[in-house]
Write a protein that binds this ligand. Structure first.
Ligand code: ADP
Ligand code: MG
Length: 723
């Protein structure tokens, strides 16, 4: 970066176009007076290297000095903010390696002591003579007025009513005053050329958005809190618009370039299948099958996400997709994340397809049954060779399996559709590998199924480049699952009594224990201990089985088979049963240490019961759940609707967990929040779609396009797809 490219360097400004984000990205912060090599290094520590980085390094919060109190007015136990001067700083080692920093401050009305425990850096941060803003609650220690571990901001001689506080500025040794001065300078030097606004005016007016220059100013130095909100709205919209433009462009580019299979959907195989089921399809199933089949008929590869709560009937949709391929002479593959699940799907799908015949094009017989095979790492020797040969020759119509499906040596005659179950366990690479099993000429269609629904606006952000189908209706006649939270010893005793009672009625039970760490032996031990204890005490006399990740696949399968057949009454398991296990006779689930699980996982687990005609119960054991853990359990007790729970989860955990921290950081969503800004997500998506309809490559919006590329490198979209 050369210094001569500085912000609007006074001469030859006239006639030059307004500054763009790309221009700012090309200017080092060192062009600003007051940023020398040392300050540049400090800024680099918080990833601020260019002027663009500086302008998008947004305040974490604002101090509204109109709410300020005087030290003499502070009341015991009430949160308040005071503006004061540092009089003394004193650091002291306590026992162990603990440090206590005591800071004396005062304002014209009185004195106050601030005490910090385990924040040794306060000693360096604060020094005599500094102006600070302190937030905290007044307490007393030996008659002295003090605040313990208050929030302290260095404001220097800030004069504005609203003072921005920048993230990490205290620890990194950056003062708000400096940050403000640099931002001010950058904005001042941009004034002549102005800052360009790439968002079309019509769109801005439609959403009452202020101009970009004003927004950047307003986020860094708002006159009022209202001014801050309007600035924030504008910048949030920009972030979301860029993201949606990226996702939609990417989706449309794939559609334009990739060659898929235009499946023949004229046949009656899917209809014959759905009418052979012992039940009518739900409206949602009919709608979603329609969406999938219509997609498959198009000559571009399908890339669709199917979300539906546990038990919503996704399997029927998956089988319909595979049969759509089969009736045109192609094959279908269903990939599941675990051995147990693959086996379960295999048994289930085979039962669903029992008796279904297809027209046989290349055989002497006019028709033949649909052929289904199971391929996992357990499939070995002659059987495996046989299956591989039949897949390559096209004799197998539908193959169900695990990762084994994407290994070397598995070749298809003509893979038409791939269904991936429980997408969160597969990475993009694995899906890509399975996709690559299609013929050279055409990519197979891909349907990704997930039982972890996410709220609509979050889906638009995370899966913005997939089409999304949603099964939002449960099959009728489901017996609702009653959920109770057992907090005390006597309540827990009742739970075990209820388990015995259910088993007495011929029903079965699950007992789920948390796994402390996927691979660890402690997890296996804790589930084993619970198993032994229950067998010897609470559930003595019942037939209890044990299932955990450390068993071999063959052992797991044999335990599952015993449970399915009813030879085991109670299955004590880790979360290996989380997904897909289907035993309708199981009517009660006990989740041990339920406070250790997240909402989504508890909901998944609970979905293992309530699959038959009998009333079912889920019992959450958690004696001392407080705070967020308690909120989670309460949410579970209150509703069984997966979408409602997904909203609750988003509320409780924040979007970081949906996007992933890294993704959030890298996806340019600095200000936008999937919780707070739901409407903006929808509006940005609509706006992006409409802009791209008229100008697919954004040729007429070159500045916006350049910005999209600047803020969202290709990797980012990959992260978004991966989650
Ligand atoms: P998911 O995979 O979405 O959790 P499944 O496909 O395993 O759900 O279906 C759960 C159960 O509901 C299965 O026993 C299935 O046979 C049954 N089922 C599916 N669709 C219907 C329907 N329309 N009416 C009644 N039962 C259905
Ligand atoms: Mg399923």
């Amino acid at each position: 970066m050369t210094r001569s490219s500085s912000v609007g360097s006074d001469k030859e400004v006239a006639g030059r176009p307004p500054l763009t984000m790309v221009d700012f990205a090309g200017m080092s912060v060192e062009v600003l007076s007051g940023v020398g090599p040392a300050k540049a290094k400090t800024l680099a520590a918080v990833e601020v290297e260019s002027v663009l980085d500086l302008l998008t390094y947004y305040p974490r919060r604002y101090i509204d000095r109109t709410n300020q109190a005087a030290i003499s007015d502070l009341e015991d136990g009430v949160e308040a903010m005071v503006m004061a001067q540092v009089d003394s700083v004193f650091s002291k080692k306590l026992r162990g390696s603990r440090v206590m920093v005591t800071v004396g401050v005062s304002d014209p009305t009185g004195r106050l002591r601030l005490v910090f425990f385990n924040q040794p850096w306060r000693d360096r941060q604060l020094s005599k003579g500094q102006e600070v803003v302190v937030f905290g609650k007044l307490d007393h220690y030996r008659g002295q007025r003090q605040m313990t571990n208050p929030i302290v901001d260095l404001v220097g001689d800030e004069t504005g009513r609203i003072v921005p506080v920048y993230p990490q500025s205290g620890k990194a040794g950056l003062q708000t005053r400096e940050m403000r001065r640099w931002v001010d300078e950058a904005l001042r030097r941009s004034e002549q050329r102005g800052i360009g606004d790439p968002v079309p005016e019509g769109l801005r007016t439609h959403h009452s958005l202020i101009g970009r220059h004003e927004a950047i100013e307003g986020i860094h130095r708002p006159e009022t809190m209202d001014a801050h909100y309007t600035a924030r709205n504008r910048l949030v919209f920009d972030e979301l618009l860029r993201l949606q433009l990226k996702l939609i462009m990417r989706k449309r580019a794939v559609e334009r370039s990739a060659v898929g299979i235009g499946h023949d959907i004229g046949g009656e195989l899917v209809d014959r299948f759905t009418s052979s089921l012992g039940f009518p399809l739900t409206g949602a199933q009919r709608r979603v099958i329609g969406e999938v089949v219509a997609d498959m008929a198009r000559p571009v590869p399908m890339h669709r996400l199917l979300q539906g709560d546990v038990g919503a009937g996704k399997t029927v949709v998956a089988v319909s997709a595979m049969l759509t391929a089969v009736q045109g002479g192609h094959q279908g593959a269903l990939m599941a994340p675990t051995e147990v699940l693959a086996t379960q799907h295999y048994l289930g799908v085979r039962a669903l397809l029992d008796g279904l015949i297809v027209p046989a094009s290349n055989s002497l017989l006019p028709e033949r049954p649909v052929r289904v095979a199971l391929l996992t790492n357990q499939t070995a020797g002659a059987e495996r060779t046989q299956i591989n040969a039949s897949l390559a020759s096209g004799e197998i119509d539908i193959v169900i399996g695990t990762h084994a499906l994407i290994q070397e040596g598995v070749d298809f005659s003509s893979l038409g559709v791939v269904v991936v179950d429980e997408q969160h366990r597969f990475g993009v690479e694995q899906r890509a590998a399975l996709r690559a099993k299609g013929s050279q000429a055409a990519s197979p269609d891909v349907l990704v199924m997930t039982a972890t629904p996410i709220p609509r606006t979050a889906a638009m952000t995370v899966y913005g480049d997939l089409d999304v189908s949603t099964l939002d209706e449960m099959p009728p006649g489901r017996t609702p699952i009653a959920t109770r939270w057992a907090r005390t010893g006597p309540e827990e005793a009742e739970v075990w009594e209820q388990v015995r009672a259910e088993v007495g009625q011929g029903r079965q039970a699950y007992v789920v224990c948390p796994l402390i760490d996927e691979s660890d032996s402690i997890g296996a031990r804790s589930v084993t201990e619970t198993y032994e204890r229950l067998q010897g005490e609470e559930l003595v006399g019942l037939r209890v089985g044990l299932l955990h990740g450390r068993l071999t696949p063959a052992e797991k399968e044999s335990v599952m088979a015993l449970f399915r057949s009813g030879a085991i009454d109670v299955l004590v398991a880790t979360t290996v049963i989380e997904v897909g296990v289907d035993v309708p006779n199981a009517t009660i689930m006990v989740i041990v240490d339920a406070d250790r699980f997240g909402i989504a996982q508890l909901h998944q687990l609970r979905g293992r019961v309530g699959r038959g005609n009998h009333e079912s119960t889920c019992c959450l054991l958690a004696a001392d759940a407080v705070g967020l853990a308690a909120e989670r359990l309460r949410a579970l007790v209150e509703t069984t609707d997966g979408f409602e729970l997904a909203e609750a989860d988003l509320e409780l955990r924040g979007e970081g967990t949906i996007l992933g921290e890294r993704q959030k950081g890298r996806s340019d969503l600095q200000l936008a929040s999937l919780r707070r800004d739901k409407d903006w997500v929808v509006w940005a998506r609509e706006a992006a779609g409409e802009m791209l309809d008229e100008d697919p490559e954004l040729h007429r919006h070159a500045e916006l396009r350049a910005e999209v590329e600047l803020f969202l490198v290709d990797d980012d979209a990959d992260y978004l797809m991966k989650s």
